[in-house]
Design a binder for this molecule. Structure first.
Ligand SMILES: [Zn+2]
Length: 112
């Protein structure tokens, strides 16, 4: 049997292959080892690694869909939640005062 990598989420060593994917039996995480080397690492605009619960600052004005107002540069966002496999590239979930629950791209924030 091939030597498969440990699960990147829970470090379980009993991972197995399912087609091109590797599956973790402990936490049910699946990933493709060829395309997702750094998938779980989300970095801010400066290349700093972000973590769940971090506070960040928005680095450019952002239009908000369905709203006439925009999120201004310098807006502080507390307690972010990372979404590593976001299909649309919005890999941060958060709440912003005055806007409520939002999704942001990590490329428009910096670690506070
Ligand atoms: Zn796992």
């Amino acid at each position: 049997m091939e030597n498969l990598p440990n699960c990147p989420k829970c470090n379980c060593e009993y991972t197995y292959e399912d087609g091109s994917m590797i599956v973790c039996p402990e936490c049910a995480y699946e990933w493709n080892p060829e395309t997702t080397v750094d998938e779980n690492v989300i970095k801010d605009v400066n290349g700093n690694i972000l973590n769940d619960g971090d506070s960040v600052t928005v680095v450019k004005d952002l239009k908000v869909k369905g709203s006439s107002s925009s999120i201004k540069i310098g807006t502080k966002v507390k307690n972010i939640r990372l979404v590593p496999d976001a299909a649309d590239g919005h890999d941060i979930e958060c709440k912003i005062d005055g806007f409520g629950a939002m999704k942001l791209k990590s490329s428009v924030v910096k670690k506070a």
